[in-house]
Design a protein around this ligand. Sequence first.
Ligand SMILES: *Cc1c(COP(=O)(O)O)cnc(C)c1O
Length: 243
Amino acid sequence: MKENLAAVERRVAAACAAAGRPREDVRLIVVTKTYPASDVRLLHGLGVRDVGENRDQDAAPKAEACADLTDLDWHFIGQLQTNKVRSVMKYANRVHSVDRLRLVQALSKEAVRIGRDQPGRELGCLIQVDLEGDDQAPGNPSHQGRGGAHPGDVPAVADALNSAPGLRVDGVMAVAPLAGRYAGDPRAAFARLAEISSSVRRAHPAATMVSAGMSSDLEEAVAEGATHIRVGTAVLGVRSPLR
Ligand SMILES: *Cc1c(COP(=O)(O)O)cnc(C)c1O
C-alpha cells in the first residue's frame, strides 16, 4: 500500500509538473470502497486524510469503526438515493454526487434537522455532471438514472445548492464517459468539465473544486485542472467484483 501510494504520488507530481501546476493544487482522495476499515486505518497511518466511498451500506459501518480518526475526511462519491441521506449525512464531509433538485431538497432538510445550517457547519456539495448528456437532450428519459446531471441542468442545481440551508456549493465532479463523443478521450471529457466549472464559478465564485480523474486517467484530469482526484485501484489493488 505504501509503495502504491508513493507510485501514485509520483504520477500526480509528474502530471502537475507537466501542467505547470503546483503539487498542492491537487488533492488525492483514496477510494476505499469494498476495502475494510482496517485498510482505512493503515492509509491514515500513511498520511492519507481523504477517503472516498460510493455505497452507504459499505461506508456507514466503516466510518463508524474509524470515528476516532477525527482528522479524516469522508467523501461520498456514489449515486445517492434520498432514503440514504440521513445515514450519509452522519459521516460525510462532502458529497460529490449531487445531481438533481430532489436530492438537494432532501440533503438540505436533513442538514437543517441536525443543525448543519449554522455558519461553518454546512455540508460541502459537488454537482456530478453526466458528460454523456452532451449527446442527448436534457430530460431524455433513456438518459436518466445513470447518475449525474445533464450539463444543461447544472446551473439550476448549483443555484438550488447555493440557496439551500445547510448546504454549500463547492464545485463539480465527473467520471470520463465510456460512450458518446468523449469515449476513449478522457482529456476532452475533462476539458468540457473545466468549461462547466468556469460557468458555475461565474455564478458561485467559491465553487472551485473540480473532482475528476481516477486510477486510469488522473494525468488527463490534472492536465485539465482537476483539484481533487479519486484513486482506488492504483492504491489498493483491483477490487473483487462481487463486493
Ligand atoms: C470507484 C470509483 C473511483 C476510483 O476508481 P479507480 O479506477 O479504482 O481508481 C473514482 N470515482 C468514482 C465515482 C468511483 O466510483
